[in-house]
Design a protein around this ligand. Structure first.
Ligand SMILES: Nc1ncnc2c1ncn2[C@@H]1O[C@H](COP(=O)(O)OP(=O)(O)OP(=O)(O)O)[C@@H](O)[C@H]1O
Ligand SMILES: *[C@@H]1O[C@H](CO)[C@@H](O)[C@H](O)[C@H]1NC(C)=O
Ligand SMILES: *[C@@H]1O[C@H](CO)[C@@H](O)[C@H](O)[C@H]1NC(C)=O
Ligand SMILES: CC(=O)N[C@H]1CO[C@H](CO)[C@@H](O)[C@@H]1O
Ligand SMILES: [Mg+2]
Length: 397
């Protein structure tokens, strides 16, 4: 290449660069591009690279002021509820989008900011039509907030145990049962990470405007690494949903979620809490009561009276109850995987196999909440004390 043509090329390139710079300056000047947008672009470029930035979509970081404004300064009137992880507030962003803001009650000492963001990024990447979408998060000082899509019909517990006169017919309930099963199947089997929910219960099933269910609060345990204290409070709240091997021995697997799903299905059909000490004693524990009726071939007595009036498909309800009993079996490996449960619920497949008597935890006195008794569990569970016998014994003096 001759030196003359080289300098022509340089001139051309330089001219183009100048033109682009001028154009950007002009756009900024005319406020077509806001300077804050440019700032954001620069900031994004400067953010340190991390393990996941390559293959997962980037997360939205919300400004604390934005969230404060959206929730009217975390006004008690916007409080939706308070669970084991902290309070949840309803909010409205400036563009009118409704959000639910969960203020995690974690201390900064427990998890650093970069770990928090990495977990949020991971959870944000898990998307399915039966899972609540995590929109983003906010991390300032000791505050850790998660921003979720707002679910207009709130959570299932408000409908099935609420004393409001909201009624769901069988087709809606069946749609909820199948949707929850599909969401769980995705978490357990189809998503790139294996996720065990650990806290499947009615208040974590949220409903959209068409009463399609979405599972909330999956992956939250990742924010509380090794936090035993959190675990015991969670048990206190949700003992009736906990698989016995998890509650007693801390053995955690997908099968613990599948047990909780079985409890949830019985609750949806009968419209009551899994444990209700105000009922006559033979009815207090839902799985036990359901099993007694099943043995007497009267299992349809379980059905919520309002739904019985409205009418339901007997075959479908029996199928759902059968699935619930399969999920409630004492040995974790007898419980079918979620994919099989989905096909049992949707295409009447694999109805063979008789379930064993369910295992469940009984809570006789309040004091026992800390020490769940397992006297109603027939054989396979030795008490925690007995299982300690595997520890090396000190030689007698
Ligand atoms: N995305 C959401 N949209 C609408 N309401 C929500 C949303 N998330 C939570 N809620 C409401 O806020 C209440 C409190 O939720 P939170 O998850 O803190 O408690 P929980 O589900 O009872 O217990 P846990 O902490 O074990 O999940 C729920 O009962 C639900 O009604
Ligand atoms: C957080 O830690 C501080 C001390 O570091 C303590 O005083 C406070 O009670 C803790 N808050 C919670 C919610 O655990
Ligand atoms: C059940 O209720 C839903 C909404 O409430 C309604 O759209 C549907 O038609 C009802 N189904 C039956 C079988 O009544
Ligand atoms: C109880 C409740 O909020 N129900 C609402 C569920 O969603 C539909 C559609 O948006 C509303 O019409 C209901 O009022
Ligand atoms: Mg919840």
């Amino acid at each position: 290449m001759s030196s003359a043509s080289q300098s022509v090329l340089f001139l051309l390139l330089g001219g183009m660069a100048m033109f682009i710079i001028m154009l950007i300056l002009l756009l900024v000047f005319c406020k077509i591009i806001k300077p804050s947008d440019l700032n954001k672009l620069v900031k994004r470029a400067r953010r340190p690279p991390d393990l996941f930035s390559g293959n997962l979509r980037s997360i939205s970081l919300f400004d604390f002021q934005t969230l404060k404004k959206a929730t009217n300064n975390f006004h008690p009137g916007n409080l939706l509820g308070r669970g084991g992880f902290g309070p949840v507030y309803r909010g409205k962003l400036e563009d009118g989008i409704m959000i639910a803001v969960k203020k995690l009650s974690v201390n900064k000492s427990q998890q650093g900011e970069s770990e928090f963001l990495a977990e949020v990024r991971m959870i944000t990447s898990i998307q399915h039509k039966n899972l609540v979408h995590l929109l983003g998060c906010c991390s300032v000082g000791p505050h850790r907030l998660l921003v979720y899509e707002y679910m207009i019909n709130r959570s299932l517990d408000l409908i099935i145990y609420g004393n409001n006169d909201q009624f769901m017919n069988w087709s809606t309930r069946n749609q909820i049962i199948i949707g929850v099963a599909r969401g769980l199947q995705y978490l357990h089997e189809d998503c790139p990470l294996r996720i065990i929910h650990r806290d499947i219960k009615a208040s974590n099933i949220l409903l959209d405007d068409k009463f399609q269910p979405k599972i909330g609060d999956f992956g939250l345990a990742r924010f509380f690494p090794e936090d035993e204290a959190y675990l015991s409070t969670a048990f206190a709240g949700t003992l009736g949903y906990s698989a016995p091997e998890y509650a007693i021995r801390g053995e955690l697997s997908e099968k613990a979620d599948i047990y909780s799903f079985g409890v949830l299905v019985l609750e949806i059909i009968s419209c009551r809490k899994n444990t209700d000490l105000s009922l006559p004693s033979e009815m207090q524990y839902l799985p036990e009561y359901a099993w007694r009726l099943y043995e007497k071939s009267k299992v349809l007595d379980l059905v919520d009276p309002q739904m019985r009036e409205d009418g339901f498909l007997e075959r479908d309800v029996l199928q759902a109850i059968h699935v619930a009993f399969m999920c409630l079996q004492p040995q974790p490996d007898l419980r079918p995987p979620m994919s099989q449960i989905v096909s049992m619920l949707t295409c009447n497949a694999n109805m063979n196999g008789t379930p064993m008597r369910p295992a469940f935890l009984e809570r006789r006195r309040k004091r026992d909440i800390e020490n769940p008794s397992c006297d109603s569990i027939s054989d396979p569970f030795p008490s925690p004390l007995q299982s300690d016998s595997s520890l090396p014994k000190r030689p007698p003096n």
